[in-house]
Design a protein around this ligand. Structure first.
Ligand code: FMN
Length: 323
């Protein structure tokens, strides 16, 4: 069994486009260092010509690079297509000193798939294999892939896993749905359980793991190495803290942590001197799940997502924090 540079049963904050930019990672990484890894949202390898090195560096973020601890636990994710400048992109990430590169093979976007990127590549292993080879040969540190269980259906699942293992990837994160399922239904944990038996490299489980109780059950059921969380990490950014410190999810804890989170986020937006419009947008993207499960959560969320000013948003938070 190959080793990942994280301990078994690590909790990983998932890559999320529009959320996990440099500023968010910097802020949430300081507030909740209990997460074992963070991840950039994907950098799209360009087709017209290679990115300048400084562009690749900017995606990780100078603030993160300067924070050694945070940088060492941040995964650099890329998305590529057969015609894109994968090699130059990988070489720049190597030059940056990133310890961990992840290839996005799960993105369901129509445009991405039309260009033979993201989850499309799960349906075309002859095209995918040389891309994996190229990255493996040119990236010396940890290289993982983040997949779904297939494109149209799951018939290729075992072949995908075996090919990635044969080509020397160090681990596979599985969002246990097909591309065509998008986010429908509930991710099926049994795929992760099967994958653990099918290959001899670490498997990271992902998809519909919402609570500390789910985390325990997921490990017991699947036997996977670690867990990656996306929407639940946005709903409960203090989830890793709860899990590692064995805290109960009480309303008091939720209120206390939510208040801390919003205040820290507010301070961060002040520091960045953001325009009002981008502040509003950013706050919406990082808080869209946080109201779920509250007695009036649906109404509060709707009100919040329609808010037009930062002052309105802060007022909604004040009301929310009175619960
Ligand atoms: C807003 C949003 C943006 C996402 N962006 C990315 C991304 O950039 N790269 C990626 O691999 N997955 C991305 N995903 C997928 C998640 O990382 C994760 O695989 C998926 O949401 C299932 O996990 P969950 O049930 O814990 O949310 C995104 C998901 C969301 C909700």
């Amino acid at each position: 069994m190959k080793l990942l540079p994280i301990k078994p049963h690590s909790l990983m904050f998932a890559p999320m486009e529009g959320v996990t930019d440099e500023y968010y990672r910097n802020f949430v990484g300081k507030l909740y260092p209990e997460w074992d890894t963070f991840s950039c949202d994907f950098l799209r390898a360009p087709t017209p010509g290679p990115y300048p090195y400084k562009h690749v560096r900017k995606h990780m973020g100078e603030g993160v690079i300067a924070n050694k601890e945070l940088f060492s636990k941040t995964i650099y994710q890329i998305l590529t297509t057969p015609h894109a400048h994968t090699l130059d992109t990988v070489q720049s990430i190597q030059k940056l000193g990133s310890h961990w590169l992840d290839l996005n093979l799960g993105c369901p976007s129509k445009t991405v798939c039309r260009n033979q990127g993201g989850s499309y590549l799960l349906s075309d292993l002859d095209t995918l294999r040389p891309i994996i080879k190229l990255i493996r040969e040119n990236f010396k540190s940890t290289f993982t892939c983040k997949i779904r269980v297939g494109y149209r259906d799951d018939s290729n699942f075992e072949n995908i896993l075996k090919m990635l293992e044969d080509e020397g990837v160090d681990g596979i994160t599985i969002h246990a749905r097909t591309r065509d399922e998008l986010y429908k239904g509930v991710a099926r944990w049994e795929y992760v359980k099967d994958a653990v038996k099918m290959v001899n490299i670490p498997i990271i489980g992902n998809g519909d793991i919402w609570t500390t109780d789910d985390i325990e059950k997921y490990y017991d059921y699947t036997g996977c190495h670690s867990i990656m969380l996306a929407r639940s990490a946005l709903k409960t950014p203090w989830l890793a803290k709860m899990y590692h410190q064995k805290l109960d999810d009480t309303p008091e804890l939720r209120m206390h942590e939510a208040s801390k989170y919003f205040h820290a986020f507010y301070q961060e937006t002040l520091k960045q001197n953001l325009e009002e419009a981008s502040r509003i947008k950013r706050l919406k993207s990082v808080s869209r799940y946080i109201f779920d499960d509250l007695p009036d959560g649906v109404a509060i969320k709707k009100h919040f997502l329609l808010s037009k000013s930062f002052a309105d948003q802060m007022q909604i938070f004040q009301e929310f924090l009175r619960y």
